[in-house]
Design a protein around this ligand. Structure first.
Ligand code: NAD
Length: 360
């Protein structure tokens, strides 16, 4: 989706309720909190720390990510709305206690309208600092009564979604012998590789950090490939687990896979154009906000239950298998791409719940 260049133009186009710019020169904090939709409940979604090339990129990212959270939370049957935050900075160089506590204070000032959690570049220690300033934080360390790192549950959800896609395409959900390219082997990517290795898939991995690649390749017997050549591999499944927009005109002309199923958010550069292009190319694309919902399901177990229960989180993530099958069915029946099918199902739930909530 193309968006206009003014700040309000972008906020209106995506239909956000509120966007908060956080600036603290003392700690160097520059952050943006985007609240997209709170019909189902308080906006919930992680905080990403990234060295954006410019502020416009950071704004675009947080607007897209928070909108994705609205769809993700809705389609997963959770009673929370969509929100997300980005901190502008290099996660390997710019972190400090002050920066995260300052950010926590901004979250607290929203009085529960936004609940934050982890995302790329933000770890459990950082969440602990945020939690010192606000109670509206989930994904706290387990030792603090939280649900801890959500990545294992996210990875499990991606794994079962991938299996459901394999069932659709190959008639069997076994991934044994399947050639699978995992792009980005960070928190989620590594756990996905672990599931795939256990099932006997042939795994190819790429990352931008040599140390991470070496570790994962050695542990799971995966083959390292050049980060720019991953799209040219002869594989059955491409699993984007790094950043967004990797499904675009260039990569679609190179990809040979039959399935795209990975953890990254906003995988389609343009939802309509590249969702349709996957359909036309016969690629079964599992919408990102559906397949990577395990993390928020895990966080939701922390928010919505008196005591976090990991078993419940995995039970919920397991449902991604059925949700994926459902998306394929609706897409086929309505003759639309899978992204559109998933968005329709999510919006249907939001609209229905809005009506139900409107009466006492
Ligand atoms: P992470 O930062 O731990 O891992 C991302 C990895 O991708 C890193 O190792 C990084 O070096 C690598 N990378 C960056 N650019 C790359 C490139 N061009 N090519 C190859 N590798 C590259 O993050 P994560 O927590 O594993 O999340 C991965 C993705 O999944 C993100 O898009 C995130 O938003 C999404 N996601 C994560 C969760 C979760 O539970 N952590 C939940 C939902 C969605």
């Amino acid at each position: 989706m193309e968006i206009t260049n003014t700040v309000f133009g972008q906020i209106s186009e995506y239909n956000h309720e509120q966007v908060v710019f956080c600036n603290d020169p003392e700690t160097g904090l520059k952050a943006i909190i985007a609240i997209h939709n709170t019909v189902l409940g308080p906006a919930a979604g992680g905080t990403r720390m990234w060295a954006y090339a410019n502020e416009a990129d950071a704004l675009r990212d947080v607007l897209r990510l928070s909108r994705g959270m609205t769809f993700k939370n809705a389609i997963s049957g959770l009673n929370i709305g969509g929100g997300k935050a980005v901190i502008i900075g290099d996660a390997r160089k710019d972190k400090s206690e002050g920066l995260f506590r300052s950010f926590g204070k901004f979250v607290q000032n929203l009085n529960g309208k936004y609940i934050t959690a982890e995302d790329v570049g933000v770890g459990t220690q950082d969440m602990e600092y945020i939690a010192m300033e606000t109670k509206y934080v989930a994904g706290k360390p387990k030792s603090l009564g939280g649900s801890g790192d959500p990545s294992p549950v996210t990875a499990y959800g991606v794994y079962v979604g991938m299996k459901a896609a394999a069932k659709k395409v190959y008639g069997s959900d076994s991934l044994a012998g399947k050639r699978i390219a995992v792009q980005g082997v960070g928190h989620v990517g590594e756990h996905i590789v672990a599931h795939l290795a256990k099932e006997g898939a042939k795994i190819f991995i790429s990352d931008i950090y040599e140390d991470i690649l070496k570790n994962v390749a050695t542990k799971y017997g995966a083959e390292v490939v050049d980060k720019d050549k991953i799209y040219d591999l002869d594989v059955d499944i491409y699993a984007p687990c790094a950043l967004g927009a990797t499904i675009n005109d260039d990569t679609l002309s190179r990809l040979k896979c039959k399935i795209i199923a990975g953890a990254a958010n906003n995988q389609l550069k343009d939802e309509k154009i590249h969702g349709d292009a996957c359909l036309a190319k016969g690629i079964a694309y599992v919408p990102d906000f559906l397949i990577n919902a395990g993390g928020i399901m895990n966080v939701y177990c922390e928010i919505s239950m008196p005591v976090y229960n990991q078993e419940r989180a995995y039970e919920q993530a397991e449902k991604i298998y059925q949700y994926t099958e459902n998306i394929f069915q609706v897409a086929e029946k309505e003759k639309i791409n899978t992204q559109e099918a998933a968005m329709r199902i999510a919006m249907q739930r939001i609209n229905q719940m809005a009506k139900i909530k409107a009466t006492y």
